[in-house]
Design a protein around this ligand. Structure first.
Ligand SMILES: [Ca+2]
Ligand SMILES: [Ca+2]
Ligand SMILES: [Ca+2]
Length: 330
């Protein structure tokens, strides 16, 4: 019997028992008796079309979803589904990832599943659904601005931060283990020359633990930095940091020989004769800066032993000149 027929019969005859029988046929019942609400945990990774909820229902083809409030209407992410004539459900309508990846992630979604009777005289039913959207650790940390490069002076004291730009981002749910990143040096840190220090603003700084020695080979170092979240299982990423060392002025000049020899003939004649006689030493007097990459001008001078002031030295070249003759008596 159709709806119109039922109402007409009710109006015409006023038979209460008939109306009650009509109600039973069209009333909608949802869930098990006495079940006012349902709570489910839902991983964000569920594909659209996946069931998040299944329940018994009389009238599975008459299900709708209603938000609890206009401000928190997430019903677009789900839709009702008819499984069999007396089994209904709620399935994912669109990916849930955007719920957990918001700046303020949505963890709890509430709505009402409504089973509406086609007749205003018969009963409808509803079920309050609370879904806890679980973040899945599906994103690794991603480094920002890598590969990294820094040039550092050889004379940088140990304990100094030499680079503070290590940073990785993780798209998983904010303020959870899935997006909480920590860093370590996973390769290239010979002699434990460097350490990493976490920064309050996020990211990490590289700290020099042992001084550089440019002259002993500290020219360029390549560190591999690994970032890991704390999810289970954790996800990792790696980045390279190249540290170039600039030579610092920490070495004295060095002579090419310990002893330079030159011969001067004693002149038996008159004293104090002025002259400029370039002396050829063996080997030639030459020094170089101990700092390998610093092209610093060297100054030469006679430090001691020139008591008679017989010799003069060119400060720029180190050339030794005899400027005053010695005599047998002097
Ligand atoms: Ca992650
Ligand atoms: Ca995720
Ligand atoms: Ca040096």
């Amino acid at each position: 019997m159709g709806l119109r027929g039922g109402i007409m019969a009710f109006v015409a005859a006023g038979i209460v028992l008939f109306v009650a029988g009509f109600d039973c046929a069209n009333a909608c019942r949802l869930g098990t008796p006495g079940e006012p609400s349902r709570f489910e945990r839902v991983p964000e990774s569920l594909e659209p079309g996946t069931h998040v909820l299944v329940f018994e229902v009389d009238g599975a083809d008459r299900l709708t979803l209603r938000p609890i409030s206009k401000d928190e209407d997430f019903t677009e992410f789900f839709r009702p589904a008819m499984i069999t004539n007396d089994t209904g459900g709620v399935v994912v309508a669109q990916p849930l990832t955007s719920l957990v990846q918001r700046r303020e992630p949505v963890s709890v979604v509430k709505f009402r599943v409504l089973c509406e009777s086609p007749s205003p005289f018969t009963g409808s039913d509803s079920l309050l659904v609370t879904l806890y959207i679980e973040d899945v650790n599906d994103h690794p940390p991603v480094f920002v601005g890598d590969p990294y490069q820094v040039t550092v002076d050889e004379l940088t004291p140990k304990g100094m931060v030499i680079y503070d730009g290590i940073m990785a981002k993780d798209k998983d749910k904010a303020n959870t283990a899935n997006s909480d990143i920590y860093y370590w040096i996973s390769n290239g840190n010979e002699n434990l020359k460097f350490s990493l220090s976490p920064l309050p603003r996020g990211g990490a700084a590289v700290v020099l633990e042992k001084p550089f020695d440019f002259e002993n080979g500290d020219r360029e170092m390549n560190l591999t930095i690994t970032a890991s979240d704390r999810g289970a299982p954790a996800r990792l990423s790696r980045a390279q940091l190249t540290i170039s060392v600039k030579d610092g002025d920490d070495q004295p000049p060095l002579f090419t020989a310990a002893i330079y020899r030159a011969s001067v003939t004693e002149y038996p004649g008159p004293q104090m004769r002025s002259l400029q006689l370039l002396l050829r030493t063996e080997p030639p007097i030459l020094a170089y800066d101990g700092d390998l990459a610093i092209d610093q001008r060297l100054n030469y001078r006679i430090r001691s032993g020139n008591t008679g002031q017989h010799f003069s030295m060119d400060s720029a070249t180190g050339a030794l000149t005899l400027v005053k003759l010695s005599t047998a008596s002097s």
